[in-house]
Design a binder for this molecule. Sequence first.
Ligand code: TRP
Length: 334
Amino acid sequence: MAEQKRKRILSGIQPTGTFTLGNYIGAVRNWAKLQDDFECLYMLADLHALTVRQVPAELRRHTREAAAMLLAAGIDPSQSLVFVQSQVPAHTQLGWVITCNSQFGELSRMTQFKDKSAKHPDNINGGLRSYPRLLAADILVYLAELVPVGQDQTQHLELARNVAQRFNNAYSPTFTLPEGYITKEGAKIMSLAEPTRKMSKSDTNQNSYILMTDDTDTILRKFKRAVTDSDGVVRYDPAAKPGVSNLMCIYNVFTGKAMDEIEREFDGVGYGDFKLAVGQAVADALAPIQGEYARILADTAYVDGVLRQGAEGASRLANRMVEKVYRKIGLLQL
Ligand code: TRP
């Protein structure tokens, strides 16, 4: 391809625990694929994780593990910047400017704020409400054009666009308005226990999710228990048959088979065999990633080196932006 400027992508994921199959299918797997066509920045959003109380030693460990998993899943640090949010102070620096350019009301309307406050009624902290401002800063500080996010983040992205627009109007054109980059099929993997809810690593029921580190026996056992329905037909119908449809999505991701093909393959076959086939496909796909993960994680110096290099690269871009914004809004430069 001719030297054409590639669009810049930024995405983030919270390092609050081992990634689930849902994180992999919905985000990480796609991140690896985007590297060829875009200039990618991938961030471990540890500051966002602080909106929920974290155990310090675990947060630290999970952050390294998350980095190792991104690398194991094919994110290539010679192509993309992989970094930890707190290692790039420009995010919080721009975050304050964004805070002063966003309205209280627009933050209170965020559905995720309402959901999360309902879930943690004992810790409705300021960060929970301000979270979309920091997220806006994460994106705007790099002038990222595309942001691969799940459906649950589109409202936050909208806020980022609004704030960027407002700032551009109040001062002068500064920020690019970011667009969501929503991946189609299999983007949202549901809980195995309650298939109308998203698969989540913070779910209290361990059978509801597959962890990227689960061994084959565990994977097969969890799929065997996956909630389906009572009509015994493998057919894709997310509204009427959420459990079966979710399993079909997962199977589709790892086998590449279309839904009608999957329906034919399991025509007249019981759910037991179907679930086993899905579980086996997942286990086979995860095995090589798990091997890589163990190898990379054992090399702490390597992981830290990647993160250091990522933070340096990201800081170079972000610091320039903060300086520009500070100048525009009248902060004294010496
Ligand atoms: N909020 C995202 C999550 O909870 C992570 C995130 C933080 C993010 N900053 C971002 C995603 C910027 C996209 C762009 O998973």
